[in-house]
Design a protein around this ligand. Sequence first.
Ligand SMILES: [Zn+2]
Length: 380
Amino acid sequence: MHDLLLRGGRVIDPEQGIDGICDVAFQGGKVAAIGPKLAQNAHEIRDISGLIVTPGLIDMHSHVYWGATALGVDAETISKRSGTTTFVDAGSAGAGNFAGLRRFIAEPSTPRILAYLNISFPGIFGFSKNVMVGECEDLRLLDSRECLALAEQNLDLIVGIKARVGARAGGSSGLAPLLLAIEVAEELGLPVMAHIDFPPPGRREVLDALRPGDILTHCFRPFPNAPITRGDQVRADIIEAHKRGIIFDIGHGFGGFSFRSARAMLAEGILPDVISSDVHVLCCDGPAYDVLAVMSKFMALGMPLTEVIRATTQNPARAMQRPELGSLKPGTPGDATVLDLCAGSFEHVDVSNEVITAQTRLFSKGMVIGGKWWLEASGC
Ligand SMILES: [Zn+2]
């Protein structure tokens, strides 16, 4: 007897190469079985025919340190509308305030919370519409020993080190915060996630510093530091970095994603490895909204549904070295998202205020987290 059975949905699990009508059973917090026409004996059976079931959606770039950092949003609120079962906080906390992210956010949360630890001791401390002070502007705040020691004590939650380099996040610090982050990450055997904004540093300097498996976020940003030329050609250094195994993460946010860059990259055959929202207070009501909205934008640009799901399940799970989170293989944590692919007319906007119209959009119809049905969402 299983705890929960999702019956008759279209299961799309890129990690296992599954796309077909299947039942999924959960038992003891884990996926117990998957296949067409499983035995119908479970305490709770949910008929989801006509809907899509995926491994639980991962938003690998988010800011969910609500209340303690001004940019944080409430993970459960965003989860309910977007079907996100795992949020990865991307550097809201540094060594000086990570304990609060664990105690007050991650531990009581129904959605899973993991984190990239900011190389800067206070994390992202000065971020609002009117106050914008980069945490990497003052190198006195960046201490490798503090960052390493804290990370070593919290490897159950920390999946890498975050460095925000750019004029907005780091003033005139240039590449230094990233070099410090890489040194810590090497000690830990973990990747770094590098944010770019306005130079300095320039895109090429950042790419040259990154190692295979490291993550470039805001990878499809508009000028400056865009991946494309004025003539919409993908830059050679971007193609080379992708071949070398740098992970390209979207990190939409309020400045990190343009349709123009995305169209040129897709035309070149470079899909984003990871689709993420960079959801925070200044973009949760647009233009980014949440990871499901960003997924829908990529569908509008012609990226196949299976690849969109791969970029929010299998790929982020692998990039975080947590492959068990990205599939519905029996024995893995019992996280799944139920989606409705709705037809209609839906407008999408990017950070440059370009608007496109799509004929379909994904809506969340609910989630399973740790083997338990969490909640019903309204859908379309
Ligand atoms: Zn961010």
